[in-house]
Design a protein around this ligand. Structure first.
Ligand code: SF4
Ligand code: SF4
Length: 461
C-alpha cells in the first residue's frame, strides 16, 4: 500500500494525525489540506466510515505548495503522492496544455492582438477557456505586443560579456517574460542604473506549475535545462537574480533539497575523505577500511532523496548558493553603499503584500526596507504570516480549483479592502493576477516603484 499513490497520501495523513500540531496551528490559515486531513482522520477514528481512495486523492489535490505549513518534508511528500497519482492515471490534456506556461504564452504571444480579442470576446472566450481547461470566470491577463525575451535580445542581453566587476544572470520567470514584461524590464533598468551588468541566459519555466500538477517528467526536463544554463553562468562569474519569488524559492530551496546528502557532495566536502577517516572513530582499523565502512553506513543513512535527485547534485547546490531574490540582492548592494539613493518621490498610499514564496526564503521583506528609502513614501506591509492570495500559479485557473482559490484568498482580500490603498505592491505576478481578479486597485511590482522613483529624480533610468 505505501508505494501506491493512496499509500503515500495515507502516510502523510498518518504522520500529521500522529503529530497533531497543525490541527491547531493551521486552523486560522487559508490552507485547506489540514482541516480536511483531520476531518478524514476523525471520521475514521470515530468509525463513521473509512477513508476512500477518492478522498485521499482529493486531499493531496488541495495543496497549493504555499509553504505556510511547518514541515517541508510533509509538503514534499504531498507532491510525491500527487505525482504518483498522475503517473498512474495520466494528466488531462487541458492540464498538459496549461502547465507549460511558456508554450501557451509563446503561442498566444505570437499573435497577441488576436489572442486578446478572443479572450475578451463574450462568445469566443468561454470556448477558448473551455478547451484550455480554464474556469469561465477567471480573468486572463492580456498578452503584450513584445515579450521580455524579444526586448532583451534586441538589447544584446543574451550575450555574456567578459569584463565586468559585477554581473548577474537574470531569471525572469514565465509570467514576467510573457505576460508582464514591464516587470523584468524594470528589473534590468534598475540593475543597470546601479552599474550591474545584466545577462539573460536562455531559460525555461522554473518548473513550479508542472511540479504542482504532479508532472515530474516535465518539471525535471525544465530543471535540467535551467541547471545547465545557470551553473555555466555562475562559472562565468554571475550571481543569479530572480524577480519572481516562486522561481527564487524553487532555485534556492526546492531544487537543492537532499543534494547535500549525495555521495558526490560529501566526497567534495570531506565527510568521506581519508583525512576524516584518520580521526579516532568507530569505523574500521585502517584508513582504507574506515572510508569503505563509512561509505557503506552513510550511504544507507543519508541519501539524496529529493524530488530533483536525478539531477547533478553539485549543480543544484551551486545554483542554490548563488541565487538571490532581486530585492535581497539590491538590499545587499545598499548595505554595502553601492546602491544609488538618488530617488524621487512616488505618490499614493500603498500596501505591500509579501508573497508566500518570499516568506519561505526567510530573507525578511527586503523591498520594504528599499522602498522606505523613497522620500515621502506612504507604504504599509500586510502583517502576519498566515495570508495567501490562493491562486497557486496555474491551479487558480483550473475549472476545478478556481473557486477554491478564491475562497483561499478571501481573507487576504478582505484585509486589503479594509485598508483601501491607492496602489497594491507585491513581487509575485501570480498574486497580481489574483488581485486583478478580485480587487479594484492598481497592482505593481516593487521594482516598478523603484524604477519610477529613479525616473522621478533623474528623468532617466
Ligand atoms: S506538517 Fe509537520 S508539524 Fe504539521 S502536523 Fe504534519 S508533521 Fe506535524
Ligand atoms: S504547502 Fe500550503 S496548502 Fe500545502 S499543506 Fe502546506 S500550508 Fe497547506
Amino acid at each position: 500500500m505505501s508505494n501506491t499513490p493512496e499509500g503515500m497520501a495515507r502516510a502523510v495523513l498518518e504522520a500529521c494525525a500522529d503529530c497533531d500540531i497543525c490541527r491547531y496551528l493551521m486552523e486560522d490559515t487559508p490552507c485547506l489540506v489540514f482541516p480536511e486531513l483531520y476531518r478524514l482522520y476523525d471520521k475514521e477514528v470515530e468509525k463513521k466510515g473509512g477513508i476512500t481512495p477518492e478522498e485521499l486523492r482529493r486531499l493531496v489535490e488541495l495543496c497549493n505548495f504555499c509553504a505556510l505549513c511547518p514541515c517541508p518534508n510533509i509538503r514534499a511528500d504531498i507532491m510525491k503522492a500527487k505525482h504518483a497519482f498522475i503517473q498512474r492515471e495520466g494528466l488531462k490534456p487541458s492540464i498538459r496544455l496549461l502547465e507549460d506556461v511558456e508554450r501557451v504564452a509563446k503561442i498566444c504571444g505570437a499573435y497577441p492582438r488576436l489572442a486578446n480579442l478572443l479572450l475578451q470576446s463574450k462568445w469566443a472566450a468561454p470556448l477558448v477557456k473551455g478547451v484550455a481547461g480554464i474556469h469561465a470566470d477567471r480573468k486572463v491577463p492580456s498578452f503584450p505586443e513584445e515579450s521580455f525575451p524579444a526586448w532583451a535580445r534586441a538589447r544584446g542581453l543574451h550575450l555574456l560579456k567578459e569584463k565586468s566587476r559585477r554581473k548577474v544572470a537574470f531569471f525572469a520567470g514565465c509570467t514576467g517574460q510573457h505576460l508582464f514584461p514591464d516587470v523584468p524590464r524594470a528589473a534590468v533598468e534598475v540593475l543597470e542604473h546601479n552599474s550591474i551588468e545584466v545577462y539573460v541566459p536562455e531559460q525555461k519555466c522554473c518548473g513550479m506549475p508542472s511540479l504542482l500538477e504532479g508532472d515530474r517528467e516535465l518539471t525535471l526536463e525544465f530543471a535540467a535545462f535551467n541547471a545547465d544554463k545557470l551553473s555555466k553562468a555562475v562559472d562565468a562569474g554571475c550571481d543569479i537574480v530572480c524577480s519572481c519569488p516562486t522561481c527564487g524559492y524553487l532555485l534556492k530551496q526546492v531544487l537543492s533539497e537532499g543534494a547535500c546528502h549525495s555521495l558526490e557532495h560529501r566526497a567534495t566536502c570531506g565527510s568521506l575523505s581519508d583525512d576524516v577517516s584518520r580521526q579516532p572513530s568507530v569505523f574500521g582499523t585502517t584508513p582504507a577500511q574506515a572510508v569503505e565502512e563509512k561509505r557503506t553506513v552513510f550511504k544507507g543513512l543519508f541519501r539524496d532523496e529529493g524530488y530533483f535527485a536525478s539531477l547533478d547534485p553539485q549543480k543544484r547546490l551551486k545554483i542554490a548558493n548563488h541565487t538571490h531574490d532581486l530585492g535581497e540582492y539590491l538590499l545587499t548592494l545598499h548595505r554595502s553603499g553601492e546602491l544609488s539613493t538618488r530617488l524621487g518621490p512616488v505618490s499614493g498610499h500603498m500596501v505591500y503584500y509579501p508573497p508566500c514564496h518570499l516568506r519561505e526564503q526567510k530573507i525578511g521583506a527586503p523591498y520594504m526596507e528599499l522602498l522606505t528609502l523613497i522620500p515621502g513614501i506612504s507604504i504599509e506591509p500586510i502583517q502576519g504570516v498566515f495570508h495567501c492570495c490562493g491562486i497557486a500559479g496555474i491551479m487558480g485557473f483550473k475549472q476545478d480549483f478556481h473557486e477554491i482559490s478564491i475562497a483561499m484568498g478571501s481573507r487576504l482580500m478582505d484585509h486589503i479592502k479594509a485598508i483601501a490603498p491607492q496602489k497594491l505592491v507585491t513581487d509575485c505576478l501570480s498574486c497580481r493576477i489574483q488581485f486583478n481578479q478580485l480587487l479594484p486597485y492598481q497592482v505593481l511590482h516593487p521594482i516598478e516603484i523603484l524604477r519610477e522613483s529613479y525616473l522621478g529624480r533623474d528623468g532617466r533610468v
